[in-house]
Write a protein that binds this ligand. Structure first.
Ligand SMILES: CC(C)(COP(=O)(O)OP(=O)(O)OC[C@H]1O[C@@H](n2cnc3c(N)ncnc32)[C@H](O)[C@@H]1OP(=O)(O)O)[C@@H](O)C(=O)NCCC(=O)NCCS
Length: 212
């Protein structure tokens, strides 16, 4: 398996791009949940991507074909995701290229987060879903932790592949994992202006539960 890694590591916190205190008053974080989970077959094969402390990237995959994980493509897509998020919430910091790189390494090394990517046959990254093993509703503090829930922390699809059902497939994948972990619900947070994501979650059976 060929893996290309070109970045060096300077680690900053993945949560540090959120400055909750300065969120504009008209921007809300909506928590949504899906209960009555059921297992379904999926048409994608998400591969877990992890980095070790010494910056080696590991891919957990079951299929025979080689996947070339291009960290630079991943960084670009991740940066695009935060640019998108900052369109809906001006308090989310737009990453510089270097910050995006640093934050990506932090993401891939974070023990509380599991990063899964899907690829097309040419190893192009189609999209990514990130789970958090300590789920929270609106604030990542102990009072908001729900141990019965499985949390989707991030979801993004490369714009080239939009409206082809990939995010829907990744949400089914999340549901299958939640069931295998004996969780009884899925939760996620979405920024109020992100209508595309809100529509996606509604269509996939999520219901709004809390506003902040
Ligand atoms: C939101 C996002 C993940 C959707 O990915 P996708 O693979 O295109 O979604 P799907 O093809 O599975 O779409 C499923 C449904 O979601 C809704 N939806 C998705 N994109 C939409 C759009 N641009 N406008 C309106 N509804 C949209 C539709 O109901 C769609 O069903 P339809 O195509 O039959 O109408 C993608 O647009 C994205 O990466 N956005 C930027 C990052 C982001 O907002 N992530 C979520 C943060 S909480």
């Amino acid at each position: 398996m060929k893996i290309s890694i070109e970045s060096s590591n300077v680690v900053i916190s993945i949560e540090s791009n959120k400055t909750e205190n300065t969120r504009p008053s008209d921007v809300k974080v909506i928590t949504m949940e899906k209960t009555n989970l059921s297992k379904s077959s999926i048409n994608v094969e998400p591969i877990e991507i992890k980095a070790s402390k010494d910056n080696k990237i590991y891919l957990t995959k079951s299929k025979d074909t080689d996947i070339v994980f291009d960290i630079d493509k991943f960084i670009d897509l991740y940066r695009w995701f935060f640019d998108k998020e900052s369109e809906y919430d001006k308090s989310i910091k737009v990453f510089s290229k270097q910050e995006s790189k640093d934050s990506c390494w932090d993401l891939l090394k974070n023990k509380n987060l599991n990063v899964y990517c899907i690829f097309d046959k040419g190893s192009d990254i189609i999209g990514c879903i990130v789970f958090r093993n300590k789920p929270y509703f609106n604030k990542p503090d102990d009072t908001n932790i729900d141990d019965n829930a499985f949390m989707i922390r991030m979801l993004f699809i490369d714009p080239k592949y939009h409206r082809k059902g990939y995010a829907t497939e990744l949400l089914k994948f999340a549901e299958n994992i939640a069931i295998s972990k004996k969780k009884d619900k899925l939760i996620l947070n979405v920024i109020s202006g992100n209508i595309n994501a809100y529509n996606l979650y509604k269509k996939c059976g999520f219901k709004e539960i809390k506003h902040k």
